[in-house]
Design a protein around this ligand. Structure first.
Ligand code: ADP
Ligand code: MG
Length: 247
């Protein structure tokens, strides 16, 4: 099972969008996916059209008084795609502060996923939180979506510093995905060049264009693969290929 975090310390860069689309694309090639929403906004649920709040969430999985099984906490949201939602973000953080170790916290919480899924994909909140630290310890790969703005590009040093402080190898950052690219503007082109000068092509992926249909699809609770198959999806497929190659 390959464990992936979709992380950036900035909000609105497309973390949840990429988490959901990656999950949907991988399940379509018959891989079994667990999508774990560990942001407090539950955008994965929204973007996949889950209207009812599940009875059990990630919190129940780690609740030491009444721990629930993983199977009791997930929702089969699509064929081959299970979703683990989030609630009680503050209580989870509290539990983590109490835990003696955070580096293996998620290994324990998600141990039953190991033999069932090909990928676990975790959508993160844009912060330096103890939960995010636990996630970054747990995963094999970190995928960083970014916008093509100078502030976002400068923000990369914060992500590297964060990993260094945790003594987590920055080699875990496997892909940087420029998102919401608008090739018509010189600013976006210049910023893409800037990114190319920082990251080599093993890490930097093709940019994903800004498309209104992506926002529309999310509002309808569908992925772009479901909502509008006419949209040029090559950029997403190319990202999926890169992820599959990570192993
Ligand atoms: N490539 C894109 N084109 C158009 N809209 C996008 C694209 N990627 C994300 N969005 C939209 O931008 C907003 C923020 O994306 P989201 O995935 O929620 O970011 P984050 O999880 O980093 O906060 C959402 O409304 C989403 O639908
Ligand atoms: Mg999000």
């Amino acid at each position: 099972m390959h464990k992936i975090a979709i992380y950036n310390n900035k909000g609105g860069v497309g973390k949840s969008t990429i988490a959901v689309h990656l999950a949907d694309a991988l399940r379509r090639i018959d891989l079994k996916i667990l999508l774990v929403d560990l942001d407090s906004q539950n955008d994965c649920s929204l973007f996949l059209g889950l209207n009812e709040e599940p009875q059990n969430t990630f919190f129940n999985l780690i609740d030491y008084r009444y721990p629930a099984d993983l199977t009791e906490c997930i929702t089969e949201i699509r064929e081959n795609l299970d979703l683990l939602t989030n609630k009680n973000y503050e209580l989870i953080e509290k539990d983590l502060h109490r835990a003696t170790r955070i580096d293996n916290f998620l290994d324990k919480a998600l141990k039953d996923a190991e033999d069932v899924y090909d990928y676990v994909i975790i959508d993160c909140s844009p912060s330096r939180s103890i939960l995010n630290s636990a996630i970054l310890f747990y995963v094999d790969s970190i995928i960083v979506p970014t916008q093509l703005e100078i502030a976002s590009i400068r923000g990369f040093s914060d992500i590297y510093n964060y990993l260094n402080e945790l003594e987590i190898s920055t080699d875990k950052i496997k892909l940087v995905v420029p998102n919401m690219f608008d090739g018509r503007t010189k600013e976006a082109q210049d910023n893409l060049e800037e990114l190319k000068s920082i990251f080599d092509e093993n890490i930097l992926t093709e940019p994903i264009n800004r498309r209104t249909k992506i926002t529309e699809a999310s509002k309808m609770g569908e992925t772009i693969f479901e909502y509008d198959t006419d949209t040029q999806l090559e950029q997403f497929y190319s990202l999926v290929e890169r992820v599959v190659k990570l192993g």
